[in-house]
Every structure is written in C-alpha cells, then in structure tokens.
Ligand binder design. Structure first.
Ligand code: NAP
Length: 251
C-alpha cells in the first residue's frame, strides 16, 4: 500500500516553501521521497532547503516573485524545460485584512496577483510540460474562504474562490490527458497568515469553539493531504477541493 504514496525519484515544485504550510508540504513531499524545487522570493527558503538536504533529497532553490507575472511565466517555462517536474504545489499566498469599504484597488490587485493570477500562470507553464509527458499533478492551496466569505478579507475570499474555479477548469481540460489538478482547503492553521486572528482574544476563542477537533491546525496537518494529491494514490481524483480543517465545514 505504501507504494501508492511513494514519491521516490519524482520531482516536486512548491511555491513559498520557506515557512508555514509551504515548508511543511515541501518537507512532507521530501519525506515521501520526492526531490524538490523551491520557488520563492530571494533568501526566504534557505532553512527549508537545508532541512530537505538533511533528509537526503535533492533540492534546488529558484527565485521568483509570484506577483511579477512576467517573471512567473519566464521562470516557470525555464524550470519546466530543464527539469521533469511531476508535481506542482501552488502554495504562496497573501492576505489583506481590512474593512471592505477601505480596500484600495492596488491592495485588492496584489492579493489577486499572488493568490490567483500567479497560480494560474505557473500552472500553465508546468502543466504544458506535464501534458506533453502525459502525467503530472497540480495541487493548489485554497482555503475555507474558497467556500465562505470570511470577515474583512474580501480580496482573499475572492482569490480563493477563484482558486477553486481554476482547479476545476484545469481538471476538466487536463484529466483525460493524465494530469490531475486538485486543491487543499486548510482550516485555521497556526502560521504567520493567522497571527492577527490568534492575537485577537475574542476572534481566537470564537474560532477555536467552532472547530470540532478542538484545536487549531498545525502546518504539518496538511502534509498528508499534499502527499496523497501528489502521489499515484490520487490518480482518479480530479478537480477536488480537499478540506483539512478539523471539522470546521461540517459544523
Ligand atoms: P505564511 O506563513 O504567511 O506563508 C506565506 C508564504 O507565501 C511564504 O512562504 C511567502 O514567502 C509566500 N509568498 C507570499 N507572497 C509571495 C510572493 N509574492 N512571491 C513568492 N512567494 C510569496 O502563510 P501560510 O499560512 O503558510 O500560507 C500558505 C498558503 O496557505 C497560502 O496560500 C494561504 O492563503 C493558505 N492558507 C493558509 C491558512 C492558514 O490558516 N494558515 C488557511 C487557509 C489557506 P516569503 O517568506 O518570501 O514572504
């Protein structure tokens, strides 16, 4: 059975792997045997690079700002041309917390640029190579705000609803050609993304009380789902958004 989840000899690319969920996903994939390409901003992934090397896996760091669409397309095409990347995890993401009436166009656009447009453009570049080979996996990091509106996070909710749309659209086009496109929707996880919520005693308590599992998630909680969606075990899973939320959505 473990062979189904074995990633030995496979190359996986993860965006934003220097910290938080991206780091945990990259280490999880490395633990399952994958070699890694870490895509992110200069200097931000050095410690994860070392941790993966310590696991005995091959690891390469590639600099790219996911808000820079020209760079995303150029770097994506360049890496996809010289490496057989079989798994792409689109993890990099930002959040802007403010009242909707105060959101300026620039701030709105930045969230859409990183969370949605960058994700789509990188999927295009790696996806084209996967389609040529006839196999590959794209795993997008969505959110509970793929399903819900959230509070004071309109641009983020819009971007994450969009991630589900892109996931399903690409899955529809690529499933018959051997490429599975799916997403993970993490619940409330302890990372820098949720610092503001955890520092607000009332929000923090209200969130905790709604989670059936009775705790916030850790970054490591999504590693198993990432390995599943990156491995042969998910070969007949297409266009799915897998919720990993301690039961939040079941409530
Ligand atoms: P985080 O700790 O803030 O990490 C965000 C990651 O994205 C960092 O590695 C960051 O790199 C990278 N990133 C941001 N902007 C970038 C850019 N322009 N170019 C390249 N990389 C960029 O947050 P996280 O919780 O791990 O978030 C990871 C993903 O999970 C995001 O898509 C987020 O929306 C999603 N998510 C998180 C939660 C949660 O509860 N934490 C829940 C649902 C979904 P730098 O170090 O260079 O800034």
């Amino acid at each position: 059975m473990s062979a189904l989840f074995d990633l030995t000899g496979r190359c996986a690319a993860v965006t934003g792997a220097g910290r938080g969920l991206g780091r945990a996903v990259a280490l999880g994939l490395a633990g399952a045997g994958a070699d890694l390409v870490l895509l992110g901003r200069p200097g931000s992934q050095t410690s994860t690079e070392k941790e993966i090397r310590d696991l005995g896996r091959d690891v390469e760091v590639v600099e790219v700002d996911m808000a820079d669409h020209e760079a995303v397309q150029r770097v994506g095409a360049e890496v996809a041309a010289r490496r057989e990347v079989e798994v792409l995890v689109n993890n990099a993401g930002i959040i802007d917390r403010e009242d909707s009436v105060d959101v300026e166009a620039e701030a709105w656009q930045r969230v859409i640029d990183v969370n949605l447009t960058g994700l789509f453009l990188l999927s295009q570049r790696f996806g084209a190579a996967m389609l040529e080979r006839g196999h590959g996996k794209v795993v997008n990091i969505a959110s509970l705000l793929t399903f819900q509106g959230g509070i004071r996070v309109a641009s983020y909710a819009a971007s994450k609803h969009g991630v589900a749309g892109v996931t399903k659209a690409l899955a529809n086009e690529w499933a018959s050609r051997g490429v599975q496109v799916n997403a993970i929707a993490p619940g409330y996880m302890v990372t820098d993304n949720t610092t503001a919520l955890r520092e607000d005693p009332e929000r923090s308590q209200a969130i905790l009380e709604r989670i059936p599992a009775g705790r916030w998630g850790s970054a490591e909680d999504i590693a198993g789902a990432a390995v599943f969606l990156s491995s042969r075990a998910s070969d007949y899973v297409n266009g799915h958004v897998l919720v990993v939320d301690g039961g939040w959505m079941a409530r």
